[in-house]
Design a binder for this molecule. Structure first.
Ligand code: HEM
Length: 163
């Protein structure tokens, strides 16, 4: 089914345009990487604070309220730029096992991030308002850090595992 989707995508005028217009792929890759910088730096701030490893002057909920909204925005930018790259070379990505793992990890990362954001909104004390975060909050932060970093590693490795 994925192979059929690739075969169809490759023949669309949009795919041809992305391949023919020389600047579209490099610009999309550049914006993808800039958005990656926003995602990872924001996530590291929030998770390191929740884990109690640094930035103690700001509470974890305050940190999350400041840095999680840009994560959602940057992920949306990555979805758009990633989609452009996929449409330009569908086989390279959609049939690639590393890309597939990256997408599964992305779902997990979005769920963990949503849990952290909702947890902080509902129970700020347990999530580090006025003291250390409780162990479930630390567990979520550790998981979040691991999953987001794994996505970045998978993204870089897509080029080395062709489908
Ligand atoms: C939101 C949905 C996303 C889609 C659809 C997507 C899609 C893609 C695609 C198609 C590529 C090009 C791979 C190739 O052909 O070599 C790529 C590269 C990459 N992506 Fe994503 N991505 C997304 C989100 C993310 C996120 C959230 C991260 C990191 C946290 C990430 C990190 C990377 C990295 C590091 C590369 C390699 C860039 C390079 O070496 O030039 N991506 N992504």
């Amino acid at each position: 089914m994925l192979a059929a989707l690739c075969a169809w995508l490759e023949k669309t005028p949009l795919s041809a345009a992305i391949q023919d217009i020389g600047w579209i792929i490099p610009i999309s890759q550049t914006v993808h990487i800039l958005a990656l910088a926003v995602v990872l730096s924001s996530i590291v701030f929030v998770d390191v604070r929740l884990l109690g490893l640094g930035a103690w002057r700001v509470s974890a909920p305050a940190m999350a309220r400041r840095f999680l909204p840009p994560v959602w925005f940057a992920v949306a930018v990555m979805a758009v730029t990633g989609a452009i790259l996929i449409i330009g070379e569908p086989r390279r990505d959609l049939l690639n096992p590393v890309f597939q793992i990256k997408m599964l990890l992305l779902v997990a990362a979005l769920v963990v991030t949503a849990v952290i954001q909702a947890g902080i909104a509902a129970h700020p004390r347990a999530w580090g308002e006025g003291g250390p975060a409780a162990w479930p909050a630390r567990l979520a932060a550790g998981l979040s850090l691991a999953v987001w970093l794994a996505i970045a590693v998978c993204g870089r490795f897509i080029a080395y595992f062709m489908g």
